[in-house]
Design a protein around this ligand. Structure first.
Ligand code: ZN
Length: 66
């Protein structure tokens, strides 16, 4: 089991996965390295991976124009 949450860093906003035991503790975002607190009521990630948040890569696509 794991806990998933969105990185509070507005410039990052990635999905961060932490261990269930990390509730109420501080973890580090693997993408932007900031530290933040895992809420005790954070949503648990189930084993099915159908609910993953897609990476925000569409902004990059829209920059095709010079
Ligand atoms: Zn982050």
């Amino acid at each position: 089991m794991a806990v998933t949450m969105i990185c509070p860093n507005l410039k990052c906003g990635r999905t961060v996965v932490a261990a269930e035991s990390a509730r109420g503790k501080v973890v580090r975002c693997a993408h932007c390295q900031i530290l933040f607190l895992v809420p005790r009521d954070a949503a648990s990630a189930r084993e099915d991976k159908g609910a993953e948040v897609p990476p925000a890569a569409e902004d990059t696509k829209q920059r095709g124009r010079r």
